[in-house]
Design a protein around this ligand. Sequence first.
Ligand code: NAG
Ligand code: NAG
Ligand code: NAG
Ligand code: NAG
Ligand code: NAG
Ligand code: NAG
Ligand code: NAG
Ligand code: NAG
Ligand code: NAG
Ligand code: NAG
Ligand code: NAG
Length: 595
Amino acid sequence: MVFARLALAFSVAQGVLACGGHDHSHAQRAYPPTKLRPPTRPLDWGDFNVLHTTDTHGWLLGHQKESWPEPNYSGDLGDLASFLVHMKRIAEEKDVDLLVVDSGDIHDGTGITDGFPPGGVDGHDANEFIKQIPYDIMAIGNHELYHYGYTLDMYRNFAPDLNGRYLSSNVNITVFGENNETINVPVGERVAKFRTRKGRRVTSFGVLFDFTGNDDNTTVQTVEDMVKEDWFVDAIQEEPDVFLLVGHMPVNEDNWPLLDGRSMALQSGRYMETLGWMSANLNENDSDNITFSRRYLDPNRVTYQFHTLTSNDTFDSEEGTTITQGLLDLADQYDLDHLYGTAPMDYTVNRVPYPSNSSLLSLYISEAAPLVLGANNTANSTLPALFLTNSNAQRFDLYKGPFTENDRLSLSPYIQSWMYVPEVEYGLAKQVLDIINADDSDNRRRGMDDQERVLFGVGCDAQVDNRYRAWLRDVVARTYAERERELRWDADDELSIGYVTYDSCPGVGDDTEHEPIPSYPVPVAIQSKVTLNGTILDGVTDDTLIDFVVVAFNADQVAETLNSIVGEDRFSVRGAYSPVLSNELLGFYAQMAWN
Ligand SMILES: *[C@@H]1O[C@H](CO)[C@@H](O)[C@H](O)[C@H]1NC(C)=O
Ligand SMILES: *[C@@H]1O[C@H](CO)[C@@H](O)[C@H](O)[C@H]1NC(C)=O
Ligand SMILES: *[C@@H]1O[C@H](CO)[C@@H](O)[C@H](O)[C@H]1NC(C)=O
Ligand SMILES: *[C@@H]1O[C@H](CO)[C@@H](O)[C@H](O)[C@H]1NC(C)=O
Ligand SMILES: *[C@@H]1O[C@H](CO)[C@@H](O)[C@H](O)[C@H]1NC(C)=O
Ligand SMILES: *[C@@H]1O[C@H](CO)[C@@H](O)[C@H](O)[C@H]1NC(C)=O
Ligand SMILES: *[C@@H]1O[C@H](CO)[C@@H](O)[C@H](O)[C@H]1NC(C)=O
Ligand SMILES: *[C@@H]1O[C@H](CO)[C@@H](O)[C@H](O)[C@H]1NC(C)=O
Ligand SMILES: *[C@@H]1O[C@H](CO)[C@@H](O)[C@H](O)[C@H]1NC(C)=O
Ligand SMILES: *[C@@H]1O[C@H](CO)[C@@H](O)[C@H](O)[C@H]1NC(C)=O
Ligand SMILES: *[C@@H]1O[C@H](CO)[C@@H](O)[C@H](O)[C@H]1NC(C)=O
């Protein structure tokens, strides 16, 4: 009997695996500019092949900006659907298996999920298009669990349409049963057993890491406890040809099972920025190690056409164009093309140092907050102000060009009000930022407690972001080191920036060669200068009285820090400084500054 174990995991194309073990408006649908570089080589097909998406987070319309590397990720969900039509046809011609798998987090991320009208549910409409992708297995992610309403929607309206292939092996939801009794049931299925087109028997589980930020009436069981359950022990009694473990958890952390010579793990990328490919020849000698191959693809039409030997004219399928049109209609319905202003340049979260002129964090706290909150200061304070926020307030880069409702929703996920601590001597206020940033652990702890819900679980996301950025920095260092030793291509090849993956498999895994994306560390909290009516105030002294304006998440922390500096209870949070919410700020700013 042939036996293999495959594991697919979420998060960035983080190549540390074991081998076995790695704008749009209707008029301007972003077809890739001709300058897109095609992949370096055809895919290595085996007799068993897998395509993997993860953490799509609403990026179903693809990346639509013209600044690099965005065009590389310009393929939308309709393009993916067309790609899969061709890939399935090729698999049939080759008479091999091709599975399509997703490992979760289909909520929270762009306007197409988060731009729902009042009374709606995040992702409910977008999910109708995801359902049309011929996924063989999908697994649940933590972003399906921050709000009971999302989980219930997955349970009622999504999982049933996947015909037993939506997996939540360690995640339950509490609902009312037929007799209105409270029942606790898996959101999807705990296990899926099926045969592939070629008749291989597959047993699959979908597990979530030990996540604790889930909403009431949802349950996450630790993986450790899950494997002791009777149903699990029963499920693995019968040995299939392939165990397919789909984990919403990083491969090299969180106690993944050890991988041997007949297993392989693949970790693809987030936000539709990477499509993972894995292939294996399972028909070889049963007792030998299995030969696997993997590739990390840039999702765009050039990549898709290259690998399916199609042209721009023959590529589109009816399924694909229907999905694309449906998504565009949804964007229209959500008014995602609403234009706030036109950004003069790119502002990125961590591709440039903070503070700097093209840092989005600098723009947000030093320009946008003083201007917008200063102009809409319903506290009616006449004092100068100092603005502070947690840097996680910004989740994605802001690119040159139209700044639309979709961009606003994609960039700033957390909905926070701006509070203030009034009448603080600047001499005291100026000490706070360093204290907060030095005590990172305190900040994290705060991120993990009751505030976390409010912030859609910023604690967990911050950890993911930190891992992601540390990984990017590591890749940059390693690429430069390999260039020194002439092991890697050189920068003068005019490579575009993009992901560079190092993993434990032989050879290069990236389908297209890239210049690695630079990554700079960002502080936990960021702060403006002292401003009055949106303009930097000159002549500030330690005696100058200011309003300390802070997002609700950090407000108590700032007041407590001030009190601990003076050694008495002198400062407290007064209330709202402005009705503008943290996620509305950039929209107002674009309106005021970029028109
Ligand atoms: C969710 O939990 C609360 C508190 O335990 C309970 O009152 C409510 O009925 C639950 N909802 C469902 C759908 O079970
Ligand atoms: C079911 O139970 C809930 C809470 O216990 C209650 O609010 C609701 O009215 C009940 N529904 C029916 C149909 O009995
Ligand atoms: C999940 O639901 C199943 C089926 O109702 C139940 O047997 C199991 O104990 C639940 N697991 C958890 C962790 O609540
Ligand atoms: C098989 O794989 C294991 C684990 O990766 C490795 O230690 C071993 O050397 C491999 N055996 C052969 C014959 O390649
Ligand atoms: C499979 O490999 C084993 C160990 O290498 C060898 O003894 C056996 O003859 C091989 N079987 C076939 C069918 O090649
Ligand atoms: C590719 O095809 C699309 C859809 O048919 C079309 O809108 C676009 O202009 C074409 N692009 C090129 C470069 O031919
Ligand atoms: C940053 O912007 C300021 C103000 O517009 C300008 O004076 C400065 O030269 C810029 N610095 C860089 C490095 O572009
Ligand atoms: C600020 O002024 C506005 C307009 O006069 C008023 O409606 C509002 O209540 C005032 N806010 C406070 C906190 O006094
Ligand atoms: C990614 O972008 C760069 C330009 O920055 C381009 O050279 C490269 O070919 C692109 N990759 C793909 C697969 O389109
Ligand atoms: C700030 O703006 C308000 C309203 O535009 C104005 O009344 C006030 O005088 C300004 N303050 C200063 C110091 O310019
Ligand atoms: C102030 O902010 C509120 C809330 O976002 C908004 O409704 C209002 O239009 C803003 N007022 C001005 C003058 O910008």
